[in-house]
Design a protein around this ligand. Sequence first.
Ligand SMILES: Nc1ncnc2c1ncn2[C@@H]1O[C@H](COP(=O)(O)OP(=O)(O)OP(=O)(O)O)[C@@H](O)[C@H]1O
Ligand SMILES: [Mg+2]
Length: 254
Amino acid sequence: MTPSTTVALRATGLSKNFHGFLAVNAVDLEVAAGGVHALVGPNGAGKTTLFNLLSGFLQPSTGTITVFGEDVTGLQPEQIAHKGVARSFQITSLFENLNPREHVELALQSRTTQGRKFWRSEKLLGRFTDRAGELLDLVGLAELAEKPAGLLAYGQKRALEMALVMALDPKIMLLDEPTAGMGIEDVHRTIELVKKIADGRTVVFVDHNMHVVGSLADRVTVLQQGRILAEGTYQEVRSDPRVITAYLGEASNA
Ligand SMILES: Nc1ncnc2c1ncn2[C@@H]1O[C@H](COP(=O)(O)OP(=O)(O)OP(=O)(O)O)[C@@H](O)[C@H]1O
Ligand SMILES: [Mg+2]
């Protein structure tokens, strides 16, 4: 990273100790503003734990986190969200009975002070209908706006989650396995969607699909057993013998 590059997100000496087990171990990470940065590594490498630390869902055992130079270590998830960091989850977590429009309206509402009140007011939510429509259009769900989320296909649920992250209008988006469990068509759609939403933002994503990583990432960090094993462009890391060994080791254990 050249000295003139703005760092959107920085972790310094970041560790998470679960009862003596270091799931994240002294990680130093710099994510350039405007970049699309992939975090890869075998199952259990610590990727989701690192996301949980960066988004305040877990508190680090040691180390610091800055967002555009501001120290956010120790802040709660909603405080970090307020600094412009939003994340998606590896596992879908939608309300089965609410439709996509209602989901997005609630997410939009959560950005306002009323967001702290959990009950829904139809009148208040109505203020967000237009923006909700735009976001659903962006993720390709405009036609399904009124269908209960429980009835959506898997890829559609993941698209809705992307709209919920976008509703927070984050400067930095953390996407945990946005293409997990998807068929090839949904994978392609998601790649195009992430490209679209990465415009003017910083994106950090975890994905096991190397086609996705190669298509999207301008920088790749490889984690293994909580530590950074390698970092560079996709071309650099994929030809790194240590990375190949880490992945082959996982395959032979499977
Ligand atoms: N709350 C927790 N308490 C104890 N151990 C945990 C906790 N959360 C995660 N771990 C452990 O930390 C390690 C890293 O888990 P993590 O979920 O971060 O891996 P990951 O890289 O996201 O894996 P995957 O690719 O399977 O999603 C694993 O060994 C996991 O069992
Ligand atoms: Mg994970």
